[in-house]
Design a protein around this ligand. Structure first.
Ligand SMILES: [Zn+2]
Ligand SMILES: [Zn+2]
Length: 345
């Protein structure tokens, strides 16, 4: 079965960092970082429901105004997630404008903000009807580091060191797909229908194998009714396809503690977008700026067993020729060379 999403860099490897996860069948999209988003068409920006901001350096957050401008008056709102001080910073952005006419808009545009702290999330919202005055909401625990729960997926976060500040990495994790084998249903003489949706829900809830599933349906001969153990249906009728995991890592120092934690965070990811900012030959500069070298990034992805690794956030100092960065990343990813060990820096 196809994944339910498509994940792409918003800009090229040199542009402002960002990834869009487009949940096309859900008419919904998620953004990881919101720097320059002018490359995204308006119809896609209007689908953005949630924006996950790693940290508030400009190249990761300056596009919020663009999103606000596109969505204001046409949309119900957006939820933002970010590091400590984020609620205050979003408030400052909103208060930089004059909102004397915004109450007249037919929709109440709501900016919900979730600020990530170790073990908890502080929350607030800003509503256009209220001229974007801050309204505090109750704090929530951050169970399992999960920021967003949905029926089809969840989004998890972890903070990594960036110049002594936290930079949040994100992991989009699809839930297991449960499919129905139509042919086996026919073989058992069972109909399709809403009972299958209920069956999937009961299986997801972890009901025991001996729980009884009642199926009622009508045929020309009259109404039929069967009682079948849930375990039998799970074995014979359902197919389980593991969901995929897409990770986004940017603006993290290349020291050993971060590298070890990143390998654990990215373990077994299907796709990892990982920053590869400088060449190993510029490792000292990378360490000063608290960024990964291409060699470190490729080495981390290799150690984590990532299936597809996509480097990005290339420094513009290599703009004339990006190939050395890509070669260094690929070499480390394939294990052809061990480069970028910045443990000395
Ligand atoms: Zn950056
Ligand atoms: Zn940064």
């Amino acid at each position: 079965m196809r994944p339910i999403y498509q994940a792409d860099l918003v800009n090229g490897a040199f542009g402002d960092p960002g990834v869009c996860i487009d949940l096309k069948f859900r008419n919904r999209a998620l953004l990881f970082d919101i720097g320059d988003v002018s490359a995204l068409p308006t119809r896609k920006l209007l689908r953005v429901s949630d924006v996950f901001v790693s940290h508030t350096h400009m190249d990761h957050f300056a596009g919020f105004d663009h999103l606000l401008r596109v969505c204001l008056g046409r949309d119900a709102g957006v939820t933002l997630y970010g590091p400590p001080h984020f609620i205050e910073q979003v408030g400052h952005k909103l208060h930089a404008y004059t909102w004397n006419l915004v109450e007249n808009y037919s929709d109440d545009f709501v900016v919900a903000v979730h600020e990530v702290h170790p073990g908890c999330v502080q929350r607030a919202r800003f509503r256009s009807r209220n001229r974007f005055q801050r309204e505090s909401l109750p704090e929530e625990p951050l169970g399992d580091n999960i920021l967003l729960h949905d029926d089809d997926f969840h989004v998890r976060t972890q903070a990594f060191d960036h110049h002594g500040l936290p930079s949040l990495a994100f992991s989009f994790e699809e839930h297991t797909h449960i499919n129905v084998w139509r042919n086996r249903l026919e073989e058992l003489g069972l109909p399709t229908g809403p009972w299958l949706t209920e069956l999937k829900q009961r299986v997801r809830r972890g009901e025991p194998d001996d729980a009884i599933v009642e199926v009622r349906w009508r045929t020309r001969e009259g109404s039929r009714r069967e009682e079948i153990p849930l375990g039998v249906l799970r074995e014979q009728v359902l197919e389980f396809v593991p969901g995929q995991r897409v990770c986004y890592v940017t603006d993290v120092a290349g020291h050993a503690a971060n590298r070890d934690a990143l390998v654990a965070f990215l373990h077994d990811a299907d796709i990892a977008f990982i920053e590869a900012v400088f060449l190993a030959q510029d490792a000292e500069h990378a360490a000063r700026k608290a960024h990964l070298t291409a060699g470190q990034a490729g080495g981390i992805a290799r150690a984590a067993g990532v299936r597809t690794a996509v480097p990005f956030h290339f420094s513009t100092r290599y703009f004339a020729d990006e190939q050395p960065l890509r070669r260094e990343f690929e070499a480390a990813l394939s294990g052809r060379s061990v480069v970028g060990d910045a443990s000395r820096s």
